[in-house]
Ligand binder design. Structure first.
Ligand SMILES: CC(C)(COP(=O)(O)OP(=O)(O)OC[C@H]1O[C@@H](n2cnc3c(N)ncnc32)[C@H](O)[C@@H]1OP(=O)(O)O)[C@@H](O)C(=O)NCCC(=O)NCCS
Length: 150
């Protein structure tokens, strides 16, 4: 489905309260407001938000350190899911990685997160490893997924 009427732009400090409102609904181990404010000063990090109908509806973060990029977080407001915005955000993060000459993008995902797994697989990410008992809330493993950019 083609999605329209959205704007993807850089996250600023004034967005962080809206980001936190989504973060707390999206993750069982949400990052803190201080973590996001710190990330906005991290020279290796880029955080993007998506606005639709004058609302912040999703965000994505990516670190790029030399040839390796890492998706830190991606989330869409539950009210706006299933309309293509998660894919848009992941595609925009990938553009940043390519602009910064990264050769691959890595991310971690819970095996139980079938929605995110489907999104990543459809974009060409492949399982390249596991981190046993990575998530401290339920000791779930993390699947490491990688997409090569060359
Ligand atoms: C993962 C997340 C960002 C996806 O955002 P979204 O805007 O709903 O995703 P999209 O509408 O762009 O869908 C992208 C793909 O995800 C998959 N997907 C989306 N909703 C799905 C559903 N209900 N069931 C199964 N797969 C689904 C599909 O593969 C879809 O591609 P398709 O539409 O071509 O079939 C969103 O579900 C979310 O915020 N989840 C909570 C936070 C989270 O888990 N983040 C990832 C941590 S690793």
């Amino acid at each position: 489905m083609a999605i329209s009427n959205y704007l993807v732009r850089r996250m600023t400090e004034s967005d962080v309260d809206e980001v936190m409102a989504i973060e707390q609904q999206a993750f069982t181990l949400p990052w803190s407001k201080q973590s996001y404010l710190g990330e906005l000063r991290n020279q290796f990090a880029t955080y993007l938000v998506c606005d639709r109908e004058a609302q912040l509806v999703g965000y994505v973060g990516i670190w790029v350190v030399f040839e390796e990029a890492h998706i830190t977080n991606v989330a869409v407001d539950p009210k706006w899911r299933g309309q293509g915005l998660g894919r848009v955000l992941m595609e925009e993060a990938e553009k940043i990685a390519r602009q910064k000459k990264a050769l691959r993008i890595l991310l971690e995902v819970r095996p139980s997160n079938y929605v995110a797994l489907a999104l990543y697989e459809s974009m060409g990410y492949m399982e390249t490893g596991r981190r046993p008992a990575y998530y401290t809330d339920n000791c779930e493993d993390a699947i490491i997924m990688t997409k090569l950019l060359f």
